[in-house]
Design a protein around this ligand. Structure first.
Ligand code: SF4
Ligand code: SF4
Ligand code: SF4
Length: 273
């Protein structure tokens, strides 16, 4: 649907974490009224309805995925099945009732538990600032297939993480495991190595923003689900007043570290893939 410049400008001022939802609703409501152009009037009307109904829109959790999961050429993993598993698990948690008990004075969007999954290290869904952030990665492995020294991998890598040494590719520590070099290698000299997910815990924005802390290693789907399960259990046990997961972790680290599961307390012992 088309938007006037004024309407676009107004929607840009809506806080980013609800902007997508507000935008979708503006278009839905405008379409329901038979309009094909969104003007400032449509935005204002929807915003007013949206904000007055905020509490009834809250479901207790949000799962965000990257915008191009249907066919983004940058994907290092295909997370669709795992996202469905996360969705089922989160739906079973009844976080809405849990949060209503913890925040009797009224829920806001920022109380919701947020998980973001990105299918490559570009991280379009902003996993770094979610309670649990999950980033798909694919490491290149050098096989025994002879390299033709075509330089395609070197030219593709935006991190300058590949060098050709005596006609053979060498991957450096700057590699962010995006997997792009693998797809351009014509000889099979570069192939998929470890494929899985990085996990960050306790990211948030707000008055005290914080990037999630990354667990070491790369995890398979079952491990991701198991870590989410542990995190939700911890959160429900220790969240008293609707505080964010980051605050729950930080206060346990300071006051009662033995209550933390090994995955958070002793990350160096976690087995990666
Ligand atoms: S995170 Fe990667 S795969 Fe997902 S939309 Fe962004 S670029 Fe595409
Ligand atoms: S996986 Fe990505 S960052 Fe790593 S070497 Fe290949 S292109 Fe570069
Ligand atoms: S793309 Fe493959 S064949 Fe070409 S230089 Fe890189 S490793 Fe060698």
């Amino acid at each position: 649907m088309e938007w006037t410049a004024e309407a676009q400008e107004t929607i840009r001022k809506v806080p980013f974490f609800v902007r997508k939802r507000v935008r979708a609703r503006v278009e839905k409501e405008a379409a329901a009224e038979g309009k094909q152009l969104v003007t400032l009037a449509e935005v204002r009307a929807t915003q007013a309805r949206y904000l007055s109904n905020m509490e009834t829109d809250i479901k207790g959790y949000q799962i965000e995925t990257c915008f191009g999961t249907g066919g983004c050429p940058n994907r290092a993993v295909i997370s669709g099945d795992m996202v469905e598993r996360i969705q089922s698990f989160m739906a079973e948690q009844n976080l809405l009732d849990f949060l209503k008990q913890r925040v009797p004075e009224g829920l806001k969007y920022h109380h919701e538990f947020r998980i973001a999954v990105a299918d490559c290290p570009n991280a379009c869904s902003q996993p770094q600032i979610r309670d649990i952030g999950i980033i798909g990665v694919c490491s290149p492995a050098v096989t025994s297939e002879p390299c033709s020294a075509c330089n395609a991998c070197v030219d593709t890598c935006k991190e300058d993480a590949i060098q050709l040494e005596e006609g053979c590719p060498a991957i450096t520590k700057s590699c962010i495991q995006c997997g792009q070099c693998i797809s351009v290698c014509p000889t099979g000299t570069l192939d998929k190595g470890a494929v899985g997910y990085r996990i960050l815990l306790g990211g948030k924005l707000g008055r005290h923003p914080r990037l999630g802390e990354e667990l070491p290693g790369i995890y398979d789907e079952d491990s991701v689900i198991s870590i989410i399960r542990d995190c939700l259990s911890l959160y429900k046990q220790h969240c008293r007043h609707g505080e964010r997961f980051a605050e729950v972790i930080q206060s346990l680290k300071a006051e009662n570290p033995s209550a933390l599961p090994d995955i958070i307390r002793l990350p160096q012992k976690v087995q990666a893939l």
